[in-house]
Design a protein around this ligand. Structure first.
Ligand SMILES: [Zn+2]
Ligand SMILES: [Zn+2]
Ligand SMILES: [Zn+2]
Ligand SMILES: [Zn+2]
Ligand SMILES: [Zn+2]
Ligand SMILES: [Zn+2]
Length: 360
């Protein structure tokens, strides 16, 4: 637990109170909801990855957030690093965000980059088990487009990218060759791409797909659906499909031969990883609350007054920022937050001056 998160929690609390007190215009609410959605996404992607320690000593991690560095890559060799290395060892570099991938060991400082790892300068391993694809060059999907996509073609403008749970490449929904009905199905949860399903050893997974209407199983002992739909498209699967995959001797052989045993491990899923992140964040919030309360308890009267004035000032400034934002369309822009930061910095300076004056 560091000071920054305690500070962030104070601001969050003030924001919550202010929202409750002032009520919100619809636009403002939307903006705050957007901020919260962004925050939630950040928490779920990064929450279960360690921002302060390189994951290298843990070896090949079950799942972690990964970043490729375009600045330090040696001779175009693909490589990626953990979250902590992206913050500490390559904070001034051009990074490609890879979201999360399974079974990967951090490449920072292992000779694939023109730079040592600040966490361990002696690293000189090659991570033989790491697998790389075009994502590590910042290209995604069968159409090999970048993301974000500056020259995005019109037909992909509103497209949502979906990660294949087998190869972990990201696909444009329109590149999956599915009908609009199949894409819009509310039960869609996990996706396997057309490229993976075209492999003979993986085609049996189509039996479990949402689009397979005939769920009659092979036998009493084998619960795998008998019917294997013929198709060249990608497929979606329901949320608990991993639990439904048959584990009879024959089916286990199918899974091991295709090297996809991870599919029957619920903890392998992005959903399980994200849940871990959310839980870690809740724990952190509680710790921060305790820390703030503890800190306030320990202050003498003058200290308590100073904090109370500081918080009141902050509230007032944030209130003004909300009001200003409201009068200009309800959206809090960079300009608003810069203005707030400037005022807070001015006040800090002012307090410093006052304290100095007291000394003389
Ligand atoms: Zn690392
Ligand atoms: Zn770098
Ligand atoms: Zn590093
Ligand atoms: Zn595509
Ligand atoms: Zn795939
Ligand atoms: Zn079976």
């Amino acid at each position: 637990m560091n000071e920054r998160s305690a500070e962030a929690r104070v601001v969050e609390k003030i924001m919550e109170d202010l929202q409750k007190e002032n009520g919100n215009t619809e636009e403002q609410l939307q903006t705050i909801e957007e901020i919260e959605a962004d925050q939630k996404e950040q928490i779920s992607v990064l929450g279960a990855s360690d921002a302060d320690n390189c994951s290298f000593p843990q070896g090949y991690c079950k799942r972690q957030a990964l970043y490729a560095c375009l600045t330090c890559a040696k001779d175009g060799q693909p490589a990626a690093m953990c979250l902590a290395c992206s913050y500490n060892c390559h904070d001034d570099c051009e990074l490609v965000e890879l979201y999360t991938k399974r079974d990967f060991r951090c490449d920072c400082g292992t000779g694939k980059y023109h730079r040592k790892c600040k966490f361990d300068e002696s690293k000189n391993h090659t991570n033989e088990k790491n697998r790389y694809d075009h994502n590590f060059d910042g290209k995604y999907c069968e159409c090999l487009r970048p993301y974000p996509d500056p020259d995005c073609p019109e037909e992909l403008k509103d497209d949502e990218m979906i990660q294949c749970i087998v190869c972990e490449d990201w696909w444009h929904s329109s590149c999956l060759k599915l009908t609009k009905e199949e894409l819009d199905n509310d039960d869609n949860d996990e996706m396997i791409c057309p490229r993976c399903l075209a492999k003979p050893e993986l085609s049996f997974l189509r039996c479990y797909s949402i689009s397979n209407a005939d769920k009659e199983s092979v036998s009493g002992d084998c619960t795998k659906p008998k019917n294997e739909p013929k198709s060249t498209s990608g497929s979606f699967f329901v949320e608990d499909f991993r639990l439904k995959i048959c584990k009879c001797v024959d089916c286990m052989k199918l899974l091991t031969d295709a090297k996809v045993e991870f599919l029957i491990d619920f903890d392998d899923s992005v959903a399980a990883y994200e849940q871990k992140g959310i839980e870690a964040h809740k724990e952190e919030e509680k710790e921060a609350d305790d820390q703030i309360n503890n800190f306030l308890d320990k202050l003498d009267h003058n200290g308590q007054m100073e904090v109370a004035h500081g918080v009141a000032f902050m509230r007032q400034m944030m209130k003004e920022m909300f009001e200003k934002a409201q009068s200009s369309g309800g959206v809090i822009t960079n300009e608003h937050t810069q203005d707030l930061k400037r005022k807070l910095a001015e006040r800090t300076e002012e307090m410093k001056r006052r304290r100095l004056n007291h000394q003389f």
